[in-house]
Design a protein around this ligand. Structure first.
Ligand code: CNA
Length: 280
């Protein structure tokens, strides 16, 4: 067995014996669906650091002038990530959905905004940085589908910005931009999952964007006695990374081991091994 095969076997055994496994995912799980990541060797920020600097302004532009923000969104060019709506899940997304169906993975906490986990069949997904398919009210937290608003009509009638149907505040896209707080509901639910899990499978994230990158640390260093802590989970959380390259989690020893490879190849192999173990 090669080193990677041994680690795939180890991950399958760890998953099969876990009682509350969760997956954390980042842009790397969607590169095989044709969506570029940000910080991999061909990432958007790696190739265009100026675009990253501009992205730090986006949320402030919304706060300063929501009508102008929406005007620009509706009248200017395409997204940096291309046409995300066209993208299809790849074998890595399906593998996580299958592990959930098998009762092993209890939730997916994703930084991705592309909706591909749901398209692959994952049921319990927390979209930490929002979704391209939704709008959100920053004041009261309500979310709406894009179809519920006639944005082009509001633009034509000079009635931007769109307003929340519950509290009338200006609403924005659900995607969380730099400097924007993580919506309270997903922030709270994700923290709870990180406290609760006994296995964390971290897939395709450079683990440098906070507060998401805090979640593996929460799982590693959670303290006995926490309100969210049950006796059953007092053993050390197993933290597995699957990534094309080492990350700060690897280097700081937050993860127990790294399976270095392509997610669309590694995750389906893990699922196959889990199935074999279960049938023995
Ligand atoms: P990132 O910082 O771009 O890191 C991606 C990581 O995945 C890197 O370490 C890569 O080496 C690794 N990687 C890339 N492709 C593969 C692969 N096929 N197999 C294994 N590993 C791979 O992305 P993060 O998610 O860590 O950063 C968080 C940002 C990125 C969030 O705000 C996201 O919203 C944002 N983002 C999302 C998408 C999406 O929704 N698909 C795409 C690009 C960026």
């Amino acid at each position: 067995m090669s080193g990677v095969e041994e680690l795939i076997e180890r991950a399958a055994r760890d998953l099969a014996s876990s009682s509350y496994a969760i997956a954390l995912t980042g842009a790397g799980i969607s590169t095989d669906s044709g969506i570029p990541d940000f910080r991999g060797p061909n990432g958007i920020w790696t190739k265009n650091p100026e675009a990253e600097k501009r992205a730090y302004e986006t949320y402030f532009r919304f706060l300063r002038d929501p009508a102008q923000y929406w005007h620009d969104r509706l009248t200017m060019g395409t997204s940096l990530l291309g046409n995300l709506q066209e993208a299809k899940p790849n074998p890595a997304h399906y593998a996580l959905a299958e592990l959930e169906k098998m009762g092993i993975i209890k939730s997916v906490l994703t930084q991705n905004i592309d909706g591909l986990h749901e398209k692959a069949g994952s049921q319990r997904v927390f979209e930490y940085h929002g979704s391209i398919y939704k709008l959100r009210c920053p004041s009261c937290g309500c979310r709406f589908r894009y179809e519920e608003y006639d944005l082009k009509g509001l633009l034509a009638e000079g009635k931007l910005p769109p307003r929340c149907r519950e509290c009338s505040s200006p609403i924005k896209d659900d995607v969380v931009h730099f400097n924007e707080p993580i919506p309270a509901d997903v922030a709270h639910a994700s923290l709870e999952e990180a406290h609760r899990c006994d296995l964390m499978l971290i897939c395709g994230t450079s683990a440098v964007v906070y507060p998401f990158a805090e979640l593996p640390r929460v799982a590693r260093y959670r303290r006995a006695g926490s309100r969210l802590f049950s006796l059953e989970q007092e053993k050390r959380t197993v933290i597995i990374e699957v990534n094309a390259e080492p990350t700060p989690l690897t280097r700081e020893g937050i993860s127990d081991y790294l399976i270095q490879g392509r997610l669309a190849e590694v995750l389906p192999q893990i699922v196959e091994r889990v199935k074999k173990l279960r049938s023995q």
